[in-house]
Design a protein around this ligand. Structure first.
Ligand SMILES: Nc1nc2c(ncn2[C@@H]2O[C@H](COP(=O)(O)OP(=O)(O)OP(=O)(O)O)[C@@H](O)[C@H]2O)c(=O)[nH]1
Ligand SMILES: [Mg+2]
Length: 300
């Protein structure tokens, strides 16, 4: 018998939810970036040790966008609240004074699960951390079942192991839900597609990366033991397509190089990546297009 359970991580965009998941798993399965709305769908990350298994669910940042894709993301967050053993509320200590928490609070109030607050990015904070803790406690004083507050740096991997020990208190005597060899139940093609989207988030500005979806069309191992990957970068305007390709194809080439490096690291294989860019107007607002990309708003 071991201790196991489901733990959802929710918070505002950019608070470091995905970075925390990667730090816990010691593997970059969740994409991260400085831009908000990096994560678009719930992603399971499975932590194992000798006496426990924690199935973490990383979620999109709680936001107020109006497109149908934003509604999908919102629904994903709500769906992550059911049947869980613990809810982690992730807060960026550097922005809590200006952040708007109303929407987040209204979402987490729907959950009766025990909750802990994780205050993240303490490496970059110059103020008094105990004072911040007290103020954050007051912001969330109307939310029931908040049990503890922890302080970490997900980026610098500070306090990660110590917090895992504390989280285990909320698990139940149980079996493992997943084999220990699995880090996630996400298909490899989806993770690879997200790695390409991550490069788009790094290299493109303003609204362009937010208009992008990436679809991996095929992955095949060649005779020379090189993984051949073909992927589509979908954007929603001709003008964006021009920016993504760049002058003389320089931008798409850079996106390709960065993507290949991270995919090779993840797959531990040599990779040959072929990228194509296409326009699908208004895809973020059209149900059938969203469903095609795996954002099935009716079946989360
Ligand atoms: N200094 C510092 N930066 C961090 C830390 N954790 C995350 N970050 C940075 O914060 C930014 C956002 O991190 P993400 O993990 O993508 O945030 P998220 O909450 O998953 O964001 P969404 O998916 O958009 O909701 C990235 O640039 C991270 O490198 C930390 O502990 N310290
Ligand atoms: Mg994220």
């Amino acid at each position: 018998m071991i201790r196991s359970g489901f733990v959802s991580i929710i918070g505002l965009p950019n608070s470091g939810k995905s970075t925390y998941l990667n730090a816990v798993l010691k593997e970059n399965i969740a994409i991260t970036s400085r831009k908000p709305q990096t994560t678009r769908r719930n992603l399971k990350g499975i932590y194992n040790d000798d006496d426990s298994q924690i199935v973490f669910v990383d979620t999109p940042g709680v936001n107020t966008g109006k497109a149908m894709l934003d509604k999908y993301m919102e629904k994903s967050v709500s769906s992550s609240l059911s049947d869980i053993d613990l809810l982690i509320i992730m807060i960026d200590v550097n922005t809590y004074k200006v952040d708007k928490f109303d929407k987040l609070i209204s979402v987490i109030r729907k959950s009766r699960a025990p909750k802990v607050i994780i205050i993240n990015k303490i490496d970059a904070y110059e103020g008094d951390i105990d004072a911040a803790k007290e103020e954050i406690k007051i912001i969330f004083s109307d939310v029931s079942e908040i049990k503890e507050i922890f302080c970490i740096s997900a980026l610098k991997k500070k306090n990660i192991k110590e917090v895992i020990v504390e989280l285990k208190k909320y698990l139940k005597d149980n079996c493992r839900y997943y084999d220990t060899e699995f880090l996630t139940d996400e298909p490899t093609k989806k993770i690879v597609a997200d790695m390409i989207r991550q490069q788009c988030l790094y290299k493109l500005d303003k609204e362009v990366p937010h208009s992008i979806e990436v679809v991996v069309e095929s992955m095949k191992m060649s005779k020379s033991k090189c993984m051949q990957i073909e992927a589509l970068i979908v954007c929603d305007k001709e003008a964006h397509k021009k920016i993504i390709i760049g002058k003389n194809g320089v931008m798409i080439k850079n996106i390709g190089i960065g993507s290949r490096i991270s995919i090779e690291k993840f797959l531990d294989e040599k990779v040959n990546l072929k990228l194509n860019v296409i326009v699908k107007e208004n895809w973020r607002n059209e149900k059938t297009k969203l469903i095609n990309f795996g954002y099935d708003i009716d079946n989360i």
